[in-house]
Ligand binder design. Structure first.
Ligand SMILES: [Zn+2]
Length: 499
């Protein structure tokens, strides 16, 4: 049913039109390993699983004769990934790997007071609902503390989606052409949960808890989608004929009721709280701001809307690097000191793409607003730029004529990174989720970059000797920034890094 790509493995049950092929194969294999233990009579041989590019939270199943295609939009995997990160950021785990005694209070404090957590939530909501593409949210290049412990949440949610759709096939829900009844949806949710419990039972004794949390994450996202789309589309959404799925709240409630009565492990409640805070409380507190942005842009994106109402929404395509750069530039030019610190940190974290794009933006005559934003961001990084742009434009022309623009851009972006390090001082060695990152009262060493004027246009990359050898190394070798041991990169992590 899917057109096959050349590099696909030769198996009839998977087809992937996007870069998520590896994820899909792993989940399909897990599904097929778990199903016989739940019900030996189930036959999955007529099902092909596929991932298609694009946003959307709606996995769906198509039937042709006795074959079924279960189709998952790639955006759903990406969205699950980003929300798992928020759940991880909401885990107050101490250095020795145990929860703080005041963990519950700390979770609520972070929701209202943590600038990084609030920014990341707003960023993913904007990416998904306004641009229809979770990939335009700033990626997590650095590993979060203890993220490996939460891999089950991400893989479990992905498996839940496949298992739910598979359940519709196995329970003969596709035998008629009509829409699913609410009872059929709830029955499919129940089967999906049982498949997850079986899958996790091969890992450890906490299979019920892990399956429940992954299911909660799915239902939390489903509810978030419904609440946000209803708020953005108002009466037009309310007036839609009852869709294929029962209301998200009802599904989540039913899911809660169906859970095992056995006592969960002590970490269960903290992860459960975090899922609730990440998918409900945090987005709710950020909703008015996002709706105002949607109003300004001309609505939410068609890919985040129900298919029946997509024609009322925006359909523009976003370039992810452009969006990342715009986001970082807006942070850097904010009046809010915490935003500026975040902007400087994300600039370093997204080296070299974002700093290079920031300089490219200076020549973007087609988008004067973006051009002005890039100028303002560079002036924040280094006030000397205020009077330097005409000379810089000249340099761009010179190096372009010499066919050296790419090298030049890389050099000059290293200068921007040095300025960002100067803004962050010692913070550049840590991360916005570390204690005290936003604390202005903490004494810090002065940045070492302020006197560097000669290399402002990057010519020759004449970086001065730096007192901190890590900085010096990072400046001399751009790739050192990517492997800096202080920043524990996500390549070492089993939670997939985003690209
Ligand atoms: Zn369904």
């Amino acid at each position: 049913m899917f057109a096959k790509q050349g590099r696909l493995p030769d198996r009839p049950d998977v087809a992937c039109l996007s870069q998520s092929l590896g994820i899909l194969i792993e989940r399909v294999d897990e599904l097929k390993a778990a199903c016989p233990a739940v019900d030996p009579g189930w036959d999955l041989s007529g099902i092909c699983f596929g991932v298609v590019p694009g946003g959307g939270l709606d996995a769906y199943t198509e039937r042709v004769d006795n074959e079924f295609a279960i189709i998952v939009p790639e955006g759903l995997f990406s969205l699950a990934n980003l929300f798992c990160r928020l759940v991880i950021l909401l885990q107050p785990i101490e250095a020795d790997g145990v929860y703080l005694p005041t963990a519950h209070f700390e979770q609520f404090r972070r929701v209202t007071e943590d600038p990084h957590l609030r920014f990341c939530t707003a960023d993913v909501l904007r990416a998904y609902f306004l641009h229809g593409d979770p990939y335009v949210a700033l990626p997590y290049r650095s590993a979060l503390p203890y993220q490996d412990r939460f891999t089950y949440l991400l893989t479990g949610m992905e498996l839940y989606v496949l298992a739910h759709e598979t359940a519709h096939v196995l329970l003969d829900h596709l035998d008629t052409d009509g829409p699913m009844t609410p009872e059929q949806e709830l029955a499919a949710d129940d089967v999906a949960h049982r498949i997850l419990v079986q899958h996790f039972s091969t890992i450890d004794e906490h299979s019920e808890a892990r399956a429940a949390l992954a299911g909660f994450l799915f239902h939390g996202l489903n509810e978030l989608w419904e609440t946000t789309v209803a708020a953005a589309l108002g009466g037009r959404f309310e007036a839609m004929p009852a869709g294929n799925h029962p209301p998200a709240v009802e599904r989540a409630l039913q899911f809660t009721l169906s859970m095992s009565r056995t006592a969960p492990p002590d970490w269960f409640l903290l992860v459960f709280n975090a899922v609730t805070l990440a998918t409900r409380e945090l987005p709710e507190s950020l909703l008015p701001e996002m709706l105002a942005d949607a109003e300004r842009l001309g609505g939410i994106h068609a890919r985040a809307a129900p298919r029946a109402l997509a024609h009322l929404c925006r359909v523009s395509t976003a370039n992810k690097e452009h969006c990342w750069t715009e986001t970082v530039a807006r942070l850097l030019t904010s009046q809010d000191r915490e935003d500026v610190l975040l902007g400087a940190w994300f600039l370093i974290d997204n080296f070299p793409n974002v700093p290079i794009h920031l300089y490219h933006g200076l020549s973007d005559d087609d988008d004067p607003e973006f051009q002005a934003l890039c100028r303002a961001a560079l002036i924040t990084l280094s006030p000397i730029y205020e009077h330097y742009f005409p000379r810089l434009a000249e340099r761009f022309r010179e190096v372009y004529a010499q066919d050296m623009l790419d090298d030049y851009m890389l050099n000059i972006s290293q200068y921007a990174i040095m300025m960002a390090i100067s803004i962050l001082d010692e913070r550049s060695q840590t991360a916005p989720w570390a204690d005290g990152f936003f604390d202005e009262t903490k004494p810090r060493g002065r940045g070492q970059c302020r006197h560097i004027v000669a290399t402002v246009d990057g010519a020759g990359a004449r970086y001065p000797k730096r007192q901190n050898p890590d900085h010096a190394l990072a400046m001399a070798q751009p790739e050192a920034l990517v492997t800096d041991p202080h920043r524990a990169r996500s390549v070492r992590s089993s939670v997939r890094p985003q690209s």
